[in-house]
Design a protein around this ligand. Structure first.
Ligand code: XMP
Length: 354
């Protein structure tokens, strides 16, 4: 039996590099996650029922990112969400908007057909353990049914998982098993992989796949586990073309659900794992393993301000590496592993008083 070492965001810092960037505005955060699908900012709101429906997806798109619709809606409600998104785009007079991405399960062909007929051309196959025969079959079937769709598939956390999903035909893979803020997969199943290393492995798989298939275009979304804006730069430097987040967006104005007051009279919204008991029972799913929790988060206002702060953090992070764009960041990035003392040194702390 082998035991491999895996690291995550708090285990490392990016090593600052010589920089000739005079203004943060000179740093481009442009990225791509599907062929022909460019984002101004590499941020994606999670396909979770307390994070992304049409309002969030629209705002993410409006501010340069992307929102992925969750798959826990009836087909009828999904179609309503698609219509509402399109209506919002039209009402704002937006001509070239980022297309809407809709999540599906590995056997959701009826849902896929309905979405396709409503004009959706980009799908996200959402399976907790995506390195799975069902995902392979799903990608293969979608490729035979539709010749003009983009496929994001996940989630995986190993080199082989990433390589196989690319080989099966996914354009983009989602990386992350258990790093999420409301996930209990690692506690409940013992499975998972520290997120920074998982992203690095996927990046290596992508490079190896592209070396063998130079015509192909393959992308990576690092999904879950972002606690600070600095983690965004680390996730992208390690190989993510974009980063998916739930908790950092939870509680903002555009997420589904209402604002209410908790026992301390604070304004809050609900945020929950899709495999939590409240989520699964709301969607009538009886046979499941509880692998998530449900909580409330403080109301955080318009997502616009969150995205603006993220962009500032990322641009600044990239300029510490002397990188004007994401590709350069990924080429030059070097990490230093930190001890626990190094980690605490990086947190705000008081000077010793004698
Ligand atoms: P963050 O850390 O941004 O993570 O809140 C969001 C990601 O968490 C995943 N997710 C889950 N993982 N049990 C899990 O193990 C769950 O119930 C669950 N719900 C969401 C998902 O990948 C999401 O994007």
């Amino acid at each position: 039996m082998t035991i491999t070492e895996g690291l995550t965001f708090d285990d490392v810092f990016l090593i600052p590099k010589y920089s000739d960037i005079e203004h943060r505005a000179d740093v481009s955060t442009k990225t791509q996650i599907l062929p022909g699908f460019t984002l101004e900012v590499p941020f994606v709101s999670a396909n979770m029922d307390t994070v992304t429906e049409h309002k969030m997806a629209f705002s993410m798109m409006e501010h340069g990112g992307l929102g992925v619709l969750h798959r826990y809606l009836t087909i009828e409600d999904m179609l309503k969400e698609i219509d509402l998104y399109n209506a919002e785009v039209k009402a704002h007079g937006i001509k070239t908007s980022v297309p809407f991405v809709v999540s599906i399960g590995a056997n959701d062909f009826e849902r896929t057909k309905a979405a396709y007929e409503a004009g959706i051309r980009n799908f996200c196959i959402d399976v907790a353990h995506g390195h799975h025969l069902l995902v392979k079959r799903c990608i293969e079937k979608l490729r035979t049914l539709y010749s003009d769709i983009g496929i994001i598939a996940g989630n995986v956390c190993t080199y082989q998982g990433a390589f196989d999903l690319f080989s099966w035909g996914a354009d983009c893979i989602k990386v992350g098993v258990g790093p999420g803020s409301v996930c209990t997969t690692r506690i409940k199943t013992g499975s998972g992989y520290p997120q920074l290393s998982a992203i690095q492995l996927a990046f290596k798989a992508k490079k190896d796949y592209l070396a063998k298939n130079p015509e192909a275009q393959k992308f990576i979304i690092a999904d879950g586990g972002i606690k600070y804006y600095g983690d965004l730069t680390k996730a992208i430097a390690a190989g993510g073309d974009a980063v998916m987040m739930g908790s950092l967006f939870a509680g903002c104005k555009q997420t589904p659900g209402t604002v209410f007051r908790n026992e301390n009279e604070e304004m809050v919204k609900s945020y929950r794992g899709m495999a939590s008991i409240p989520a699964q029972s709301d969607f009538g799913i009886e046979d499941f393993n509880e692998e998530g929790i449900s909580l409330t988060v403080k109301y955080r206002g318009n997502v616009k301000h969150i995205i603006e702060r993220m962009v500032k953090g990322l641009r600044s992070g990239m300029s510490y590496s002397g990188a004007r764009d994401i590709k350069t960041l990924q080429n030059v990035a070097e990490f230093v592993r930190v001890t626990q003392s190094g980690h605490f040194e990086g947190q705000p702390h008081k000077a010793f008083k004698n």
